[in-house]
Design a binder for this molecule. Structure first.
Ligand SMILES: Cc1ncc(COP(=O)(O)O)c(C=O)c1O
Length: 208
């Protein structure tokens, strides 16, 4: 069976991540689990709490009508409400349930967002080093990932971001704590970034 040329190219570029993971498994088998530190994939080494596992079992066993049926595309209203309340406290910024959409993971969320906002040739700016899959998420929807340097301590280089913005810019993609650098962006740098985006006409803030 033939596969699309774009997927062929993507596979050859991305396969090193999986190779690193597989090499880790090979080395563990050769030298013993205790002797190999695997930093390849972000697999949690903590087990989910007992309450969480029990809740999953209860839900799977539940015979409540419609429990295993389709849900609204954006997720159940009570779940969105509960997540909004949690995020509002965690981030100390009010988020309403209307601003919450349930997705299958961050990759699913970013692909939905990019599909929604990108026209072919539009640009997504991200500080480098960056999570390597970001290039593919943008490319999946005709977008181009444009990388900009960070400061030496991996904090945001607002000048570099500001200079990279042009009329094709549709998003500035940051994640904090950052993967792979671990840098947590300061409140001041996020406010500065928000101000730059407002001044460049890329963002309308309800509260900064
Ligand atoms: C920064 C970042 N973005 C996106 C993803 C993809 O996340 P998910 O596995 O939830 O789709 C990861 C996963 O490690 C990540 O670290």
């Amino acid at each position: 069976m033939t596969i699309a040329k774009k997927i062929e190219a993507t596979l050859s570029e991305s396969s090193w991540i999986r190779k690193m993971f597989e090499e880790g498994a090979r080395l563990r088998a050769e030298h013993g689990v205790a002797n190999v530190y695997d930093f390849s994939l972000g697999n949690p080494n903590l087990k989910p709490p007992k309450n969480f596992r029990n809740s999953l079992i209860d839900i799977a066993n539940s015979s409540v009508e419609g429990n295993h049926a389709y849900m609204p595309n954006v997720g159940f209203p009570y779940v969105r409400k509960s997540v909004a309340a949690y995020v509002s406290v965690e981030q100390q910024a009010e988020v309403s349930e209307k601003e919450i959409i349930m997705t299958c993971g961050a990759a699913g969320a970013l692909n939905v967002i990019f599909k929604t906002i990108l026209d072919p040739g539009d640009e997504v700016i991200t500080p480098s080093p960056y999570f390597v899959e970001y290039k593919f998420y943008a490319d999946n929807h005709g977008g181009i990932l444009k990388t900009v340097p960070t400061k030496p301590d991996f904090s945001l280089n607002i000048n570099a971001i500001s200079s990279a913005i042009n009329n094709k810019t549709k998003a500035v993609l940051i994640n904090s704590p950052n993967n792979p650098t671990g840098q947590i962006y300061s409140k001041e740098s996020l406010i500065e970034l928000g101000t730059v985006l407002i001044l460049q006409g890329k963002y309308t803030a309800k509260k900064v």
